[in-house]
Design a protein around this ligand. Structure first.
Ligand SMILES: Nc1ncnc2c1ncn2[C@@H]1O[C@H](COP(=O)(O)OP(=O)(O)OP(=O)(O)O)[C@@H](O)[C@H]1O
Length: 232
């Protein structure tokens, strides 16, 4: 397997809380990968480590052979769980910001997608609904030509109709050579678009593999398997 992200013996704690416990993981290149786990299982911690927002206590992480750094940010397009954009900014200001910041940003593509969704680029984020703000951010993130897109809960705050549009947007803008890592607990919604899944529980990887192979082996959907694995 050709991998794009590699975790070797990675641990991360917050004080006494062990969020990740000696994780070994290879994320395959050119695939849509679901990072699935219940609340507090360690998904965001993994993603922040890949993005260099946190450092591991032990172990090593590499992205296309390089450590998380300024250099790796050039090849990773990241949608964080919470917005980092200033509310007073208009969409057009944010487009300018992305253009200055990322040489791989495709302005025309972003504007077209915004138009398709009837989002006015002269509107300030402040006056938009939560779901519209999420759509704007996702469009910006998907308008970069990155090696890997990392989306932390991209459909958490939007209604089911918007969710299917968002998933369609993701699929339409995803190029076959790049990798997409989507962290979510809304499994039934994303199961159909994933090639591979990673189940994380309590800081450990408990299952990883191809969706079709897992479905066949276990005789059930990923959603059913998740519900069984993580029964409260
Ligand atoms: N800044 C922090 N300080 C202390 N504990 C933290 C901090 N961030 C995360 N944790 C703890 O680490 C564990 C993993 O959290 P993480 O946010 O990675 O989980 P998650 O799978 O992304 O959860 P969710 O689906 O709820 O976003 C949890 O027990 C959480 O309470």
């Amino acid at each position: 397997m050709d991998s794009i992200v590699s975790f070797k013996g990675v641990s991360k704690s917050y004080g006494k809380k062990d969020a990740l416990k000696k994780i070994n993981l290879e994320i395959p290149k050119g695939k849509i990968v679901g990072l699935l786990g219940p609340n507090g299982s360690g998904k965001s911690t993994m993603i922040k480590l890949i993005n260099g927002l946190l450092s591991p206590d032990e172990g090593e992480i590499s992205i296309k052979g390089i450590k998380p750094s300024k250099e790796s940010k050039k090849i990773v397009s990241y949608l964080p769980e919470r917005t980092y954009l200033n509310d007073w900014m208009k969409v057009t200001d944010i487009i300018g910001f992305f253009k200055d910041f990322y040489s791989d940003f495709d302005e025309a593509k972003a504007k077209q997608m915004l138009k398709d969704l009837s989002i006015d680029i002269n509107e300030k984020l402040k006056t938009m609904s939560k779901g519209t703000k999420e759509k704007v951010q996702l469009i910006l993130v998907m308008s970069r030509k990155a090696d890997i897109y990392i989306l932390d809960e991209p459909i958490g705050g939007v209604d089911p109709a918007a969710r299917s549009y968002i998933l369609k947007t993701i699929l339409n803008n995803y190029n076959e050579d790049s990798t997409l890592l989507i962290a979510t607990h809304l499994i039934s919604e994303i199961e159909s678009i994933c090639d591979d899944i990673i189940f994380i529980s309590n800081g450990n990887i408990v299952l990883q593999g191809e969706v079709d192979a897992i479905r066949e082996e276990k005789g059930k959907s990923i959603d059913a398997l998740f519900r069984e694995e993580f029964k409260c």
